[in-house]
Design a binder for this molecule. Structure first.
Ligand SMILES: [Zn+2]
Ligand SMILES: [Zn+2]
Ligand SMILES: [Zn+2]
Length: 259
């Protein structure tokens, strides 16, 4: 099967440029330094699967030419990964969409978007999402695709990365527990968060992300969830041969045979 992962957004929680910030990177003319909040779209086996509903989801859906979705998966409930959920409206008019996340994240979604599951007057359009809890060790089938949750630590939180076939997507993480490494074996593509060069309590720094890539040994790796403290060019220089900084709109493909 061929897999295609489009990185819809690759910026940290506040996005780049940061409103009001006059730093070199926020004022940069290099379009690769403009980053929406982090999310991704997986296309394979005739399915379109969204990972996270970033606040810019509507704009991301338009630029990716998205015409429909078969499922949505969340990594965790932080605002930058969740708050575009309302914009699933237009894609759920014809049929409701199944959504999957950990029990903690489902709880947060139900609390923050409670109006979606409340009876309201007719004509008030709402996104139709059917929420499903996924526990570590379970897998979710979407058509021929098998989605595997990868439990990771994000500071004190337990959140999920997601794997599908030869691709894994682990955005917000500061530690990968030993038992999750077997779930990351034999990857063609790993997308992993790398906030900035300086250490951070809830995110991998560039150095930490590169250490993890060395340990996991995917064929190719891409850094995402990037802050305005690092430019795309700096990251290009700081990464080894098989690692690249991601940029918004980047399409990653695996070939049918070798990948
Ligand atoms: Zn985040
Ligand atoms: Zn800035
Ligand atoms: Zn987060």
């Amino acid at each position: 099967m061929k897999y295609e992962l489009t990185l819809l957004g690759t910026g940290t929680s506040i996005g780049i440029p940061v409103p009001g910030c006059e730093c070199r990177i926020c004022r940069s003319f290099d379009h690769r330094n403009r980053r929406n909040r982090t999310s991704a779209l997986l296309r394979a086996g005739g399915q379109a699967v969204l990972i996270d509903t970033a606040p810019e989801f509507r704009l991301q859906a338009l630029s990716a030419g998205l015409s429909g979705l078969d499922a949505v998966f969340w990594t965790h409930g932080h605002a930058d990964h969740l708050h575009g959920l309302d914009d699933l409206r237009a894609l759920t008019w014809k049929r409701p969409l199944k959504g999957y996340a950990s029990s903690e994240t489902i709880e947060e979604i139900r609390t923050r978007f409670d109006y979606l599951w409340k009876e309201t007057q007719r004509g008030g359009g709402k996104a139709k999402v059917i929420l499903n809890t996924v526990e570590p060790g379970e897998t979710v089938n979407v058509g021929p695709l098998e989605m595997i949750p990868i439990p990771v630590r994000h500071g004190d939180l337990r959140v999920f990365g997601w794997r599908c076939g030869p691709i894994a997507y682990v955005t917000d993480a500061s530690e990968i527990p030993e038992e999750s490494y077997p779930l990351l074996e034999g990857l063609s593509i790993l997308v992993v968060g790398a906030l900035r060069f300086k250490a951070h309590p809830t995110h991998f720094s560039v150095e930490r992300a590169l250490e993890e890539i060395k340990k996991i040994r995917p064929k190719r790796a891409y850094l995402t969830h990037i802050s305005h403290e690092v430019s795309h060019r700096q990251l290009m220089k700081a990464t080894p041969r098989n690692v690249w900084p991601a940029r918004d709109g980047l399409r990653l493909r695996t070939s049918e045979v070798s990948d």
